[in-house]
Design a protein around this ligand. Structure first.
Ligand SMILES: Nc1nc2c(ncn2[C@@H]2O[C@H](COP(=O)(O)OP(=O)(O)OP(=O)(O)O)[C@@H](O)[C@H]2O)c(=O)[nH]1
Ligand SMILES: [Mg+2]
Length: 434
């Protein structure tokens, strides 16, 4: 397509991209290096790209503590204003979390929307939510983010500039009290809806537990290849793409492990550094598939700039959702493009495996390892089964592995490897261990 030639100017005008133009700001606080800040800004840039906007400039400042009013120093804030004018930016995004007052002050000074990383992540989640529950969870997180940021009469230029992430998240102008009440009502409604959905799911899960299958949840940093792995193992047909937070809603498939015992494998939402707390809170019911799982498969992108940092970030979120005690198998993925790194990581993390979910390399070993690990986490319990309870004996055989049986006068003493869930269901027959 030809660019339009402008007679009056005597120049060919290159059409400006329609995407929102963004300046990103990072602050290096004590305990961090400039490299940390750069890496974090790289990731923020990826997040912004995923949200559908372009980063046109970055600014970094080292500080002992955030400034109360501007987060960055006043001089730096003025510099930021100059940069915004020079590149004609629409929006400024801080990598650090801004307090509502800082956000407001910056918007007034800059004459443009000022946002933080949290807003960008919320925006991506909002674009990717598809199910009823996913949408409700995202909306809840959005409203909780917006509530303390409502302001009366923000400046005029801001209310004109709309659209893009800035338009969706800027402080903006509002009929304060009306909006506040409306938002609070909506939050209460969403909380009730989500509780209902969650109860529904718990009923379903109880039904699933009766199947006696172990539950395995795939967790990991966003874009690590979780969905690709689920697809490789079960032909689930889950959307996998080079995009952050492609998956928000859990998908569960049955997977047969070598040795025969099937498990239920679930793929779910990915994690990222500094995942907004409000989002984790809102996604509690979705994230429950991790905390209630018998076992976690933790997928790591070996080709990422800092795989170990990603592992730490994932473990932080796992702790936040109460899943830190669930046993985990580390899987270093994308071995096809980062063989050396993947192999080094395996050497550093005993018991882990390296795979390529894309090519299938290492998948056999992964499945055997998973089967072994699952066997070892199920405990051996002793049950006293009355002779007339053939049904109980049958479920022990179906759900676990019978190690030995001995006949006594009262019934059959059965020693079996059972998952905690199965042992719990058969509690009335379990002989308490001394
Ligand atoms: N080279 C290579 N690329 C892979 C491999 N596994 C996944 N990918 C690519 O990595 C990108 C992310 O894969 P997904 O499976 O969507 O990752 P995910 O962990 O589900 O990501 P989210 O759902 O967005 O958190 C896609 O472009 C995949 O094709 C692999 O083994 N090797
Ligand atoms: Mg996915």
């Amino acid at each position: 397509m030809n660019s339009p030639y402008n007679e009056a100017l005597g120049a060919t005008l290159i059409e400006r991209t329609k995407r929102e133009q963004i300046v990103v700001v990072g602050v290096t606080l004590p305990g961090h290096t400039e490299d940390d800040t750069e890496a974090s800004l790289d990731e923020l840039q990826l997040l912004i790209d995923t949200a559908g906007a372009d980063v046109v400039a970055r600014l970094i400042q080292r500080r002992d503590a955030p400034d109360h009013t501007w987060f960055i120093g006043k001089g730096k804030a003025d510099e930021l204003r100059e940069i915004c004018l020079a590149v004609d930016a629409d929006t400024v995004v801080f990598d650090n979390e801004l307090a509502p007052a800082q956000q407001y002050n910056l918007e007034k000074l800059l004459g443009r929307t000022a946002l933080d990383r949290t807003a960008v992540i919320l925006d991506i989640f909002a674009q990717n939510a598809h199910t009823l529950e996913g949408k409700a969870q995202v909306e809840l997180a959005l409203l909780r983010y917006r509530l303390p940021r409502l302001r009366r009469g923000a400046n005029a230029r801001l209310s004109q500039q709309r659209g893009g992430i800035g338009g969706r998240f800027g402080a903006g102008e509002t009929k304060l009290e009306v909006d506040r009440r409306r938002i609070m009502r909506r939050i209460a409604k969403l909380e009730t809806d989500l509780r209902d959905l969650q109860q529904n799911r718990q009923l379903q899960r109880k039904g699933r537990d009766r199947s006696g299958l172990a539950t395995v949840t795939i967790v990991g940093y966003t874009n690590a290849g979780k969905s690709t792995l689920l697809n490789r193992l079960t032909h689930a047909g889950v959307l996998a793409e080079d995009r952050l937070f492609a998956t928000l809603d859990p998908t569960t498939r049955r997977l047969s492990l070598p040795g025969g015992e099937p498990v239920l494998l679930t793929d779910t939402v990915g994690f990222v550094r500094r995942l907004p707390h409000g989002l984790v809170e809102a996604f509690k019911s979705t994230l429950e598939v991790a905390s209630s799982a018998d076992f976690l498969v933790h997928v790591v992108d070996s080709a990422a700039p800092d795989p170990v940092g990603q592992i730490d970030a994932v473990r932080e979120v796992l702790t936040e959702i109460g899943a830190e005690r669930v046993p985990e198998l580390l899987v270093f993925n994308k071995r096809d493009v980062a063989a050396d790194v993947a192999d080094d990581l395996v050497a550093d993390h005993p018991g882990s495996v390296a795979v390529s979910a894309r090519t299938g390399d290492g998948i056999d070993l992964f499945l055997r390892t998973l089967a072994d690990r699952l066997r070892s986490i199920t405990t051996i319990v002793e049950l006293l089964v009355p002779f007339d309870r053939g049904d109980v004996l049958a479920s022990v055989h179906r759900e676990g592995e019978v190690v030995s049986t001995v006949e006594t006068g009262d019934g059959l003493i059965v020693r079996a490897r059972l998952s905690d869930a199965s042992a719990g269901r058969l509690a009335e027959f379990v002989v308490p261990s001394a």
